[in-house]
Design a protein around this ligand. Sequence first.
Ligand SMILES: [Zn+2]
Length: 236
Amino acid sequence: MIRTKKIQWFLGSLLMITFFTLFPANVLARQTPGIIDGADEASIRGWAWNSTDPSSSQEVKVTITNQTTGSVVGELTASASKYRKDLADQGTGTGNYGFEVSVPWNSYGDGSYLVEAYASGQKLSGTRVYGVGSFASTAGLRSLGMFKTTAYCPCRGCSGRWGGRTSTGMIATADHTISVDPRVIPYGSRLMIGGVIYTAEDCGSGVRGNHIDIFFNTHGETRAYGTRNIEVFLVQ
Ligand SMILES: [Zn+2]
């Protein structure tokens, strides 16, 4: 998707100036504390780091919340200190930031569960929904219907001179950022698409109506995603 966002650029600049004026110190660190990048019957996996102290290990707290009752059924902790080659290869500190916790799903019983993780009080991105037993993974979420979904990355072909910046001033993050038509999906909305919870924080000239553009780090991933028609759920 080629995106031209001249009008939103002005608004985005204002937001960004406000943002950095009000929160000068740890804004960027706060945006990338880590991510949950796997959740299945065996375990929940991801990584977390403190970018201002890359040699330290973060303690990660994973919370499992029953979406129907709203009660937290599990709080699991893990040290984010496993070596991950993908992190080291992309230049994220030492790469020793991986975590993995096994989950006693059967002891929680049938239900649809929200999987969230925190490190140093900051929420990691990539929140998941996991269904146990007869519950579909979408239980408890409100369907917004079918959307056309496409993918984009920071490259020139996808984002022009915008790179990783979004129209709301946030830095685009994989497994987190989506581009929407703000008349259909207001900025700040959280949507579950394919088991991942995203936040609407970007727009684009090619994104109109029931169309969502999903941010990826690389153009290879963008091409692999292609165009998919998929049911989208609003996270309340
Ligand atoms: Zn691209």
